[in-house]
Unconditional design. Sequence first.
Length: 532
Amino acid sequence: MESETGRRPPWHCLFRWSVLLAWALFLAMPVAVVADGPPNPLVQPPPISPYGMDVLGPGWQWTFPREEATPRLDGPLRIDQADDVLKQAWAAGVRSGRVAAWWCFLEPERDQYVWQDLDIMIQLSSNYGIEPVPEILYTPYWARADAVPTTSCINNWRKNYAPDDIADWSEFIALIVRRYGSQGKNQVHYWEIWNEPDLPEFLSMKDDPGNGTVEVYARLLKAASEQIRANDPQAKVLLGGLSDIRGHHFLGDLLDLRGPLDVRDAFDIIPFHAFSDHHLKITKLTTPLQERGLSYELWVNELNNSLWHNDYDMAAREIGALFDTMWQVGVTRTFWFKSYTTKWGPGIFYNRDPLWEIRPWLPSPFYSTYRQQAFPHELPGVPLVQAPEPNLVSVPRPEFRWARPTAGTYAIAGYKLQVDDSLYRGVPYFHAPEIDVYVPAQIFLFLPLQVGGQSRRGVADPASTHTSAGPQSWPSLEQLTYTPEQELDPGRYYWRVAAVDTQGNVGPYSEPRRLIIVSGRERTYLPWLVRP
C-alpha cells in the first residue's frame, strides 16, 4: 500500500488504524455482560424495584378471558384485556410479574409445542418493564405411564407427579430457556422451578413415606438447573415457592441431601409464601438456613394478609408495616398474591374469581394504597416523535427520530422503541413486535463503512451489543435516532417509543404512528463509542 506521494505510510499509522478498526468491530459484536460493576450503557436497565405481583393468577392459562366461551382453551386470548391488566399493574408500580408456565399446556403432546399464549403474556409484560418470572410446573399426561390420555391439564390427575423419565423434563427446560432466555428473546432472567413442592396438591408421589417428595423435587431441580445454566449462564434459578405450612421442614430435608441429589449449588434464590403472622412464619422458614450456616437471596413470591379480611381501610393503615417486616427479615423482592381481591386478601382489582367473563379490570380501593407503597415517584415524560411522519411511505430501513422528554424522579438512561405489523381488533398492542430494542440516551458516534460498493446506513442493534462497563457521566442527547440493522418487509407497520430511567422504569409510550414500508436501499455504519 502506498500513499499519494508514492511512499509507504509509517507502520505506526497502519497499526493505529488497524487498532481502531478492531475496536469498532469488537464493539459491534455481542459479548458477555459482566454481572457486577458499573451498569452497561448499551443494555436496558433491569427494574430494581422489590415490588412484584402474581398479576394473572396461577391458573391464567385456562381462566383468562378468551374470544370464545367455555371451555376457555378453545379460543385465542383477549389481547386487549391482557394489555389492560398489565398496563394498570405497571401504573401501580408493579415491576416483576410471576407467570405460571404449565408444562402440560405448553407441550400437550410429545414434541408438539403451544407457545402463543405465553409469548403474548411475556411480551406484554416486557413492554411495560414488568420483568417476567415464570414458574414451571405440572407434567403432561404423555410423560406418565399411569396417566389417563388427555390433552387437558385440568383433567390430568397426574400432572402434579414428576415425569417417569427425567430426560423429558430436561428437554422441555432447555427449550423454554432457549426461547425466552438470553440466547432467544432475552426476556426472562429468573426461573422458578415448580410451586409449593412441599404440598401434595402441587407435587405428589405414589406411596409417599411421609416426605418422599424431597428427593423427587431434588431430581427435578437438579435437572432444571443444569439446563438453565447450560443454556443461559447469567440466569438465576429459584426454588419452587415454599408454603408457610410445611415449607421449613421441606427446606431442611432438601438442604441435607448429599451425593447426586445435593442441591445446595443448584439454585440462587429461595422464595417463600406468607399470608399471616409474617415475621414469625418467615423467620421459621429461614431457620433451616441459619442452622446449616447457609445464605441465599430471599424472595416472597406470594404475599398478602388474609387477616385483613379484605378490609381496604385496614390494608391502607398496615401495608407499610407489612413491607417493613419483609425488609427486616432480609427479603429482597415480593410478589403480591393476587392482583385481584380473593380470600387471600385485597388486590389492586375487584374480585374476578372466576375469570370466565370478559369484563373490565376495575381498580379496587387497594389500588392507590399499593401504588403509594410501590411507586410514589414520577416516570419520565412521553418522547416527542419526529420522524417518520404518520403514514409516511418509507424504505425498508427507516430512520426513527424523537426528542428527549422531561425526566421523572430518576434520570433517563435510554429508550425502548418498538415496531409491529400486527393488530388485534384493529389496535396495535405490540404483542409480537418486529423490532423491540433499547436505544441508549448517551452520545455515540459511528464510523461509515462501504459495503460492496453500495452506500447503506444503519446502527448496530443496542439490544445485542454489550460492553463490560462504561462511563456514567456522558451527556444525554436531546434528539435520538435509530435505524434498524435488518430490512423490514414491505407492508404496514406501527411504531412507538418510551423513555427508560436509571431504575429500569419504562415511562409512557408515544401514540403509535403508522408507517408504510416499500422496497429500497440504504447505507451501513459501524458503532464507535467515544467519550465527548
